[in-house]
Design a protein. Structure first.
Length: 481
């Protein structure tokens, strides 16, 4: 194997493989080191493709189709016989999608001339003009590689908590929750964040009685208050038993069942489940990444310290994605990887962190970009808001999706759009309209003057913008005092 490259990327997840490909496009000789073995085979794509974003979305889609067939087709005049779910077949489909995508990434690396080194990468020395990276293959053989540039992109892993230690069978993390052979009769979930709500939704649709424990006193504190309130109402109506301000103090397996003890404002309660999913967040994964004396500075939280362009304290060494500050999102890592490589190439690339979108793929979806109403006020803006209910949107009603709402947040004095928030059908796609508007520093008036196709769910964006000035046509507007 080669022992010298222009660029070595340690980590083959979304951020890492995109950085490697972009580096090759810019003329660098590139190696991408990735150690993951998934279902017995070396695999690129990181958590996202293998055990995160993609497999969970496959299960979300399958479970939604099952529930829709079972409960929603009759109102369309469609009759079916007895509806059943083959969980093994559903998991097989999920695995097939994952395998196809990870193989596709391998093909992209090969097609762009990137060497995929299967094993562990360790930064030995990043201080000199020529950096040293130790590569250890799966057989334990070590090779020292010299390189001009290094990008650290090893991602994150689920946080483990001492009160609910995972055993891979009864108490599992998000990865284990993708592999249940059948829907548990009673399922507990610790954490009402993105992962907890998505995985809880999957198994609830397939027949599980689901209880979601959230230690925080408010539901979806990161979302706009009106959106989180509406989302909580809809998810609870679907059957998710979401309990905020509830701390899990112990979970143990007794006679093949999980006994969970909680503290609710000083009152101790105990419940029994067939399975328990622990999804209280993720932490940066840096095991064997940094050798002692390599020169990299870490933060108090154990993240790699970087500037706004993802540069570490060492020239020619960048870190991206879940290893650094900011939200742990695949699309953030992707853009950071591109930015890092382009800056190494001498370009002035920059990620706009103010327009990073967040999406929760429940049904309906929950999504937002920019500032919430509360954040805008905290930053000193004089705020005006507009909202529109999908119950008055013709396209949503025609699809049987007339629930949820869209909300815009703007500055009263400048009319500038500050944020867009939505719970409703297609929210994860529609919110991109807000992202584009924010990137172009659009005003509410800009959105008001645009012509949206009818009938579409996107018309709700137009109506919400009109509503900010009391002008919505398809909703009765209260006169502002």
């Amino acid at each position: 194997m080669k022992t010298s490259y222009d660029l070595v990327v340690i980590g083959g997840g979304p951020g890492g493989y995109e950085a490697a490909i972009r580096g090759a496009q810019l003329g660098f000789s590139v190696a991408c080191i990735e150690k993951r073995i998934h279902k017995g085979e070396p695999a690129l794509g990181g958590t996202c493709l293998n055990v995160g974003c993609i497999p969970s979305k496959a299960l979300l889609d399958s479970s939604h189709r099952y529930e829709a067939t079972k409960h929603e087709l009759a109102e369309h005049g469609i009759s079916t016989g007895e509806v059943a779910i083959d969980v093994a077949k559903m998991l097989e489909r999920k695995d097939s999608i994952v395998k196809g995508l990870t193989a596709g990434v391998a093909g992209l690396l090969k097609g762009n001339g990137v060497d995929w080194l299967q094993g562990v990468g360790t930064l030995l020395d990043g201080k000199g003009e020529q950096k040293q990276v130790k590569f250890t293959n799966h057989d334990g053989e070590e090779t020292v590689i010299t390189t001009k540039y290094v990008i650290l992109a090893t991602g994150s892993v689920p946080i483990e908590i001492p009160v609910a230690k995972t055993d891979g069978e009864y108490i599992v993390d998000s990865t284990g929750a993708l592999e249940f052979s059948e829907a548990p009769k009673r399922l507990g979930v610790i954490g009402a964040g993105v992962i907890g709500l998505e995985l809880g939704s999957v198994w609830r649709r397939l027949g599980s009685e689901v209880v979601v424990y959230e230690a925080m006193p408010t539901f979806l504190a990161a979302a706009d208050k009106d959106i989180s309130k509406e989302a909580a109402k809809l998810l609870k109506k679907q059957g998710l038993d979401i309990r905020v301000d509830t701390k899990v103090t112990n979970a143990e397996v007794v006679n093949g069942e999980v006994v969970v003890t909680t503290d609710v404002k000083g009152e101790t309660k105990t419940e029994v489940f067939d399975k328990l999913i622990v999804c209280v967040g993720r932490r940066a994964y840096s095991e064997k990444l940094l050798a002692e004396g390599c020169g990299i500075t870490l933060t108090e939280r154990g993240l790699v310290a970087v500037d706004d362009q993802c540069k570490t304290n060492l020239d020619g060494v960048y870190a991206i994605g879940d290893l650094v500050r900011g939200p742990m999102l695949a699309h953030k890592a992707m853009e950071e990887g591109m930015m890092a490589v382009e800056r190494l190439h001498g370009e002035k690339a920059q990620v706009n962190y103010d327009t990073i979108i967040s999406v929760i793929y429940t049904h309906p979806e929950i999504a937002w970009v920019g500032l919430t109403e509360e954040q805008a006020k905290e930053k000193g803006h004089e705020v005006k808001t507009g909202s529109f209910s999908l119950a008055a949107n013709g396209r949503a009603l025609a699809q049987g999706e007339g629930v949820g709402l869209i909300k815009v947040v703007a500055d009263t004095k400048t009319d500038r759009l500050l944020g867009m928030h939505m719970v409703g059908v297609g929210a994860g796609d529609i919110v991109h309209q807000g992202m584009i508007a924010l990137e172009f520093v659009s005003s509410i008036e800009d959105l008001q003057l645009m012509t949206f196709a009818h009938p579409t769910v996107s018309e709700a964006v137009h109506e919400a913008a009109l509503s900010a000035d009391g002008r919505a046509i398809h909703a009765i507007q209260r006169k502002k005092r």
